[in-house]
Design a protein around this ligand. Structure first.
Ligand SMILES: [Zn+2]
Length: 267
């Protein structure tokens, strides 16, 4: 499932492929998208004015209207060459011949069309909190965002109303990078500990961006240990902690897998 960095990569890719170009055709391949009448008419002739990421959503502004993509499990935008990839649900062609496809094997992703001026309200209605990146966020900012929050740290990091864009993988990695127990009560963290969360979030996001950038963003599987994983603890149960070499443990937390190193992640 894509999290903030993967959607950021897709946004950068779309900008570089088609930014400033005019749509010449929109080909809907999927019955659920065909059922969305706003996708059928009036998109051709519009210019891709800008591309924005908001949490795990991608917003493609076509003149004064916007397509909001939510990729869910397997959705992504890919550049389509002569040979079409499998699982295309939508194909957008631009006047210079550039083609961009919405590829989505599980078909859980969504596309919505809205006037651009309604986009902010759309996200507000969904209760999306502010972005942790790329704006500089310090420990005090994090502490303020989590004022009144109950429960353990790792699931709290995934609450989109507090801070938007972090999912299970990033939250797991941030706890490790910040040397904090994923089960530590959020209300007990002091400002110095929040400062470590702030620094860890920035470094984990930027590291993921540098490792996963490419013409077709690659989503890492949610399950399964891998020795080639780019992550420090996620998916690495039983392998050595990169910091202290202790074996990494795994447990269920709010229904999701958490990986951690007990000796170096404390409260
Ligand atoms: Zn360790």
């Amino acid at each position: 499932m894509p999290e903030l960095p993967e959607v950021e990569i897709v946004a950068r890719n779309l900008r570089s492929w088609a930014g400033g170009k005019r749509l010449s055709a929109v080909d809907l391949r999927d019955s659920s998208l065909l059922a969305e009448p706003t996708l059928r008419n009036g998109l051709v002739g519009r210019t891709l004015a800008s591309v924005q990421r908001r949490a795990k959503h991608l917003v493609a502004h076509l003149d004064d209207e916007a397509l909001i993509f939510h990729f869910r499990m397997t959705g992504k935008l890919v550049q389509v060459e002569a040979e079409e990839p499998r699982f295309l649900r939508m194909l957008m062609s631009f006047e210079d011949g550039t083609r961009v496809g919405f590829k989505d094997q599980r078909r859980l992703g969504t596309v919505l069309r809205l006037p651009s001026e309604q986009v902010e309200a759309f996200f507000l209605e969904r209760g999306l909190g502010p972005e942790p990146w790329p704006e500089a966020r310090d420990g005090l900012w994090w502490q303020e965002r989590y004022r009144g929050s109950r429960g353990p740290l790792k699931p709290a990091l995934m609450v989109q109303e507090r801070v938007a864009g972090l999912g299970n993988i990033l939250a797991t990695e941030i706890c490790w990078q910040a040397r904090l127990d994923p089960q530590a009560p959020t209300s007990g963290l002091d400002q110095a500990q929040w400062q470590r969360v702030a620094q860890a979030t920035k470094s984990v996001i930027e590291r993921t961006l540098s490792l996963e950038s490419g013409p077709e963003v690659h989503y890492l599987a949610e399950a399964g240990a891998s020795r080639t994983s780019p992550f420090s603890v996620y998916g690495r149960e039983g392998l050595g902690c990169p910091r202290c070499q202790s074996p990494i443990a795994r447990f269920r937390q709010s229904g999701r897998s958490t990986f951690w190193c007990a000796p170096c992640q404390t409260r």
